[in-house]
Design a protein around this ligand. Sequence first.
Ligand code: VOV
Length: 249
Amino acid sequence: MSEAAVTLDGWYCLHDFRTMNWPAWKAISTEEQEQILAEFHSMIDKWEQTEADELGSHAIYSIVGQKADFMLMILRPTMEELNEIESAFNKSRLAEFTIPTYSYVSVVELSNYMAGESEEDPYQNPHVRSRLYPTLPKANHVCFYPMDKRRTGVDNWYMLPMEDRRSLMRSHGLIGRSYAGKVKQVITGSVGFDDWEWGVTLFADDVLQFKKLVYEMRFDEVSARYGEFGSFYVGNILKPSHLSRFFHV
Ligand code: VOV
């Protein structure tokens, strides 16, 4: 049996994708739309307070293409809190005008492939903590997709010796690092939680950097040989101050 990777696990994560029922939204009065958006704004105000208190984080992006109109990404210390937020949104008036199209449940994950031999408790290390409990960047763009590592025939990631996986991940990390300052990644683990093994959420101010990074990684062995990918979602930041423009019909 291969040595299992040991993970450090941070905040729980929900990606919630919604499509707007624009015909229904258009059918109500402007006044009613304003009341509904005010309720949504007060929900976001609460999330912002939680983020300021460093007890969670969130991101709201409009999604380009027909897979969804917008995405809520929520990070919280417990699965119960994620569920409460999801449920509060579903009970809000705005939700009556949305159609759920996709969701993803996971937890922020760091693996020990790059970890050194240290006696310290990684959960006390400020750098590790900032990655396990991140304040999501307010970058112009987001890119989300779920992925697996292959388990077929000779290409079985889970049967590779730890040392081989470590060296493959080192090469992966080097490519990633060359995008420092351009793309920020949040890797969330979802084994036992959702249909794929990881969620990959990338943030960038220049949307083209997603394509460049993902493409470059396709040629790197860990992605070329072992990566399997789900649907990609790409979008633009939806700042609270721009919500009325987004919902204006
Ligand atoms: C923005 C750049 C970037 C950087 C710097 C980076 C670095 C690193 C490091 C150093 C490590 C290992 C330690 C840890 O931190 O966990 C990882 C880990 C991981 N990555 Fe990564 N990755 C990036 C980016 C990045 C992308 C774009 C993808 C998608 C792959 C692709 O082909 O589309 C990805 C995937 C992953 C996954 C699924 C894991 C977990 C693998 C496992 O088997 O456990 N990742 N990653």
